[in-house]
Ligand binder design. Sequence first.
Ligand code: ADP
Ligand code: MG
Length: 317
Amino acid sequence: MSLGEFDLIARYFSRPSRRADVLLGVGDDAALLAVPPGQALVAATDTLVEDRHFLRGAPPDSIGHQALAVNLSDLAAMGADPAWALLALSLPEVSEPWLEGFAAGLYRLADRSGIELVGGDTVRGPLVVTIEVLGCVEPSLALRRSGARAGDWLFVSGSPGEAAAGLDVLRKEPQAAADDVLVRRYRYAEPRLELGRALRGRATAAMDVSDGLLGDLEKLCVASGVSARIDLDRLPISASLSRRFDRATCERYILHGGDDYELLFTLPAAIAPSVVRSLEPVCVVTCIGEIAAGTGVTCLRGGAVVAVPGGGYDHFA
Ligand code: ADP
Ligand code: MG
């Protein structure tokens, strides 16, 4: 690579350590990290491939943000505190403006969420960004997909569907204003770390919505051995969505879009109202249905069962 692999790492991905638990960061053969006593290490990794996970020519800072955000979202869904990240970067060429933007987007979110980049790998190849994140949580408080029980209330955070709508806006008009609120929701999704922490030890099950609410809810139901009913009349349709699309389209974005990385979670009915009140300063959450015995996901409108075609996103379908 023209700048040189080692100069590139030194210039863009080596910063003085900010966390005392990083005993050794970028620069040696591997990082040395001190896991707090009594905590379990929570590990997740996600890969972004150009043209598949982000559009060719996307602003580099949005790619840096997105690559970290999708990973932080998995930590949020486990109720973990983010701690350390590793970055494996495959680049077709060394473009310093691109690297500068990418690193800026990545570090902006990293600093905001308290995670530190402690290592990685840099190679020449097609544009592919893989990040691995490590976090910590007390094992008994970790949020899993498997704990939902019949009678639990089902919640989703924030305004699901906005990011999927933003992606469609971009596909139709690639030059769409970069400050379009839906486009920004797609490019700069905010992982729900604070919500994940607030749900520790309270939610019976949780997961992040990455492949579409309906499809992901099915996974939660299978993991928990339960069924779920969604009340379509209660779906949170944001003003940004309803201003631009008809009701059916808004519903489709909410049920099948996944790029906004909201959390789907269940609470026992007995504690749900008080937990929801305590979440008010954290973020908006909406009860969209409930958990029951059996299997599968059913959608209701006006109390009657309605068929909703299509599940989540499957790379190999
Ligand atoms: P090795 O050959 O021993 O695997 P490398 O030469 O690949 O080591 O990397 C040197 C150091 O730079 C290591 O600490 C590695 O973790 C770090 N590193 C390499 N690429 C990146 C990157 N894109 N972001 C952060 N750290 C990186
Ligand atoms: Mg290496």
